[in-house]
Design a protein. Structure first.
Length: 192
């Protein structure tokens, strides 16, 4: 008897930890009736991840999915965070297309700097996930400014069909500087 009471209480506690929200836009048609205008977004969040689904009314009047994003937090502690994101897109009839999986690994350091490595895979016709891009972003903080350096490695396919990293890495340096009391003066103003 005690088991039958305990199981519903555990399930109710697990459901309370989730937060759900539905967002939709409506408009008034020419006859004065409310109709759906744009996608409906259903978002469910829990401590271990979230699921976001966008649906849209098709030409036939049926609600079909546009995109579904599932995020799962693998690790979240003082040293960093690892998130797996699975993105499923759909065609206008609601049929699934190739999924995309992103793994985001953020490592934090005691000095406030961090390294974020994003690895992106795309599903192929056989259902396997193939590497399409790998990005490493270094963020360094000094005082009130922040500097970011980004390095991209697009994957290439060889004759064997396996991923081969290019011998030359595509490097983009993106420098973002945020200063607390930084003011820009146009040339010629202020007596300079």
């Amino acid at each position: 008897m005690k088991r039958f009471i305990l199981v519903p209480l555990l399930l109710a506690g697990a459901l309370c930890a989730q937060q759900a929200s539905v967002t939709s836009t409506t408009a008034v048609d020419i006859n004065g009736h409310r109709v759906s205008d744009g996608p409906q977004v259903v978002r469910t969040k829990s401590p271990t991840g979230s699921i976001t689904t966008e649906t849209l009314q098709s030409v036939n009047g049926r609600m079909v999915p546009l995109e579904r994003v599932e995020e799962r937090i693998v690790r979240d502690d003082a040293s960093g965070r690892v998130v797996e994101r699975l993105i499923r897109r759909y065609d206008p009839q609601g049929n699934p297309t190739q999924p995309v999986k992103e793994t985001i690994d953020e490592q934090k350091r005691p000095d406030g700097s961090s390294t974020t490595q994003t690895t992106t895979y795309r599903g192929d016709v056989n259902g396997s996930m193939q590497l399409i891009e790998k990005t490493v972003t270094e963020t360094r903080k000094s005082g009130s400014s922040e500097t970011q350096q980004r390095e991209d490695e697009p994957a290439r396919r060889g004759l064997s069909g396996r991923d081969q990293y290019p011998t030359q890495k595509l490097q983009r340096r993106v420098l973002h500087s945020r200063a607390a009391n930084h003011r820009a003066h146009p040339a010629g103003i202020g007596g300079h």
